[in-house]
Design a protein around this ligand. Structure first.
Ligand SMILES: Cc1cc2nc3c(=O)[nH]c(=O)nc-3n(C[C@H](O)[C@H](O)[C@H](O)COP(=O)(O)OP(=O)(O)OC[C@H]3O[C@@H](n4cnc5c(N)ncnc54)[C@H](O)[C@@H]3O)c2cc1C
Length: 445
């Protein structure tokens, strides 16, 4: 085996703190690595994928030593700054998708999603997480337009044909639930789980005990592979490991993996200041995804200081995996408009926190998964549905490394490889136009 070195050309900068992190009490972070350590497996990246890989390795071989490192503190990455929907069903079942192959594909997608949800349900039970962290409440999808309503009805029918429970809601029912008249209809699916994402990833990280250890603020600067093992270099330390799991999402490309195959897209969220529960009728806790895939997500949460509304909307192409001040500002303006459209009587509510986060997509919507090099495995680029898919990718990568067979592993191994993106600079223009067109298509949704 020839020795190889993969340098990180770029390290993550996650940008403004998320509202989720801001709402949590202070935590003692795990120290940065400042020494030389030796371990069986090193996992780079402590998001959904990396944390799930560590948990699964510990399940499969409790004696295996595992070191997890993250460039930042746990919770600052995309896994701690998303909208917190763990969704068990495919976002969209294309019309005409009733063939045997399509039905099997839908079933596989559901298995991938539900494996992740079961993984967290088990951790929730073992660690006695309360419903502010992990709430198996189901989720809604809301339509703002007639076209959105037609879409929800068609989706409901397709779900029923697959034997999946769901319930359509009319305008009066959505008003009763949300306290606003803006939504024309809704669809409830009971299998989704709503999480406080930063609290959940922190809770998992804090549950690690010897022989699983975690070092925060410890970026991997280089990975060297040789027949004797791997060496991961960090600013003040060195990790000698048998094998590496790369769980760095789009930053796999920063090491040269998936080069020219990952599309770096950001999406954004804003969280209101707290308000008195009596200010807005309806239920005090619910979450709804849009009726159109590129539309706007809304969530109501509550805490000791009152209730808040979260809005997630807008997609941008950010090839450097960073969002600048101007992009953040434009996303904020969009949020205010979408918020006022949904809650016209509460448009005076101020957004207390605004943030963005990175997602890695691929042209053919498959993850960057599997053994990339001798001793290097990947669970990256899960196309924006990381709550479930990145988690399952991490589980499947751990199983692949150990040689454990499962149906989940079969599904991940059967994914095609990511296809090359069209040539730059066309890709930049193409991606921006495509996102703009699809956002336009989503319209008021
Ligand atoms: C605003 C927003 C809302 C979203 N809402 C949802 C939702 O409701 N449901 C859903 O399913 N998905 C949602 N997503 C997508 C989801 O958050 C991501 O797909 C998921 O978090 C990806 O998980 P991951 O573990 O693969 O990657 P990440 O969470 O990105 O973790 C990768 C980690 O690797 C670390 N890293 C990178 N490079 C290095 C290095 N060189 N050395 C060490 N560490 C490194 C990073 O710091 C990071 O912590 C949303 C995303 C955003 C931004």
């Amino acid at each position: 085996m020839t020795a190889k070195t993969f340098h990180a050309r770029r390290l993550p900068d996650h940008g403004a703190q998320s509202g989720w992190m801001a709402l949590l009490p202070p935590r003692t972070t795990r120290p940065a690595l400042d020494d030389t350590v030796t371990t069986d497996v090193v996992i780079i990246g402590a998001g959904f994928a990396g944390l799930a890989a560590a948990v699964r390795l510990a399940d499969l071989d409790p004696k295996l030593s595992v070191v997890v490192i993250d460039a930042d503190i746990v919770g600052n990455g995309a896994s701690g700054r998303n909208s917190g929907f763990l969704i068990d069903l495919p976002h969209d079942i294309a019309s005409g998708n009733f063939g045997v192959v399509a039905a099997a594909k839908n079933r596989d997608e559901i298995l991938v999603a539900r494996t992740a949800i079961q993984h967290y349900a088990r951790l929730a039970q073992e660690n006695a997480w309360d419903q502010d962290i992990f709430d198996p409440s189901g989720k809604y999808a809301f339509a703002m337009t007639e076209a959105g309503t037609a879409h929800l009805k068609a989706y409901s029918k397709q779900l029923k044909s697959m034997g999946e429970a769901n319930q359509l809601l009319g305008a009066a029912e959505t008003e009763e639930l949300t306290g606003t008249r803006s939504f024309k209809s809704g669809l409830f699916t009971p299998g989704a789980v709503m999480v406080q994402p930063a609290a959940m990833v922190r809770a998992i990280a804090d549950s690690f005990r010897d022989p699983v250890s975690l070092f925060e603020r410890t970026p991997a600067l280089a990975i060297e592979t040789a027949s004797s093992g791997c060496v991961v270099k960090t600013p003040k330390g060195t990790i000698n490991a048998g094998r590496v799991i790369l769980a760095t999402n789009g930053h796999a490309e920063s090491f040269g993996f998936g080069k020219g195959k990952l599309l770096h897209v950001f999406t954004y969220a804003s969280l209101t200041e707290p308000f008195a529960p009596s200010l807005l009728g309806g239920s005090r806790k619910w979450g709804a995804t849009p009726a159109a895939p590129m539309g706007t997500t809304i969530r109501r949460i509550n805490g000791p200081d009152g209730d808040r509304l979260l809005i997630r909307s807008r997609y941008t192409y950010n090839p450097n995996i960073e969002a600048g001040v101007g992009t953040m500002k434009r996303a904020g303006t969009r949020h205010d408009r979408k918020f006022a459209d949904r809650f016209p009587d509460h448009r005076h509510l101020k957004m207390q926190y605004r943030w963005g986060g990175a997602m890695a997509l691929t042209w053919n919507s498959v993850p960057l998964f599997g053994q990339l090099e001798d001793r290097i495995f990947a669970a990256c680029a899960c196309n924006g549905i990381g709550g479930t898919k990145s988690t399952s990718a991490g589980i499947a990568a751990a199983e692949l490394l150990i040689g454990h067979h499962s149906r989940l592993g079969d599904i991940f191994r059967a994914f095609d490889k990511p296809q090359p993106l069209p040539l730059s600079p066309l890709i930049g223009l193409g991606a921006r136009l495509n996102l703009a067109y699809r956002e336009w298509q989503a319209g008021r949704e």
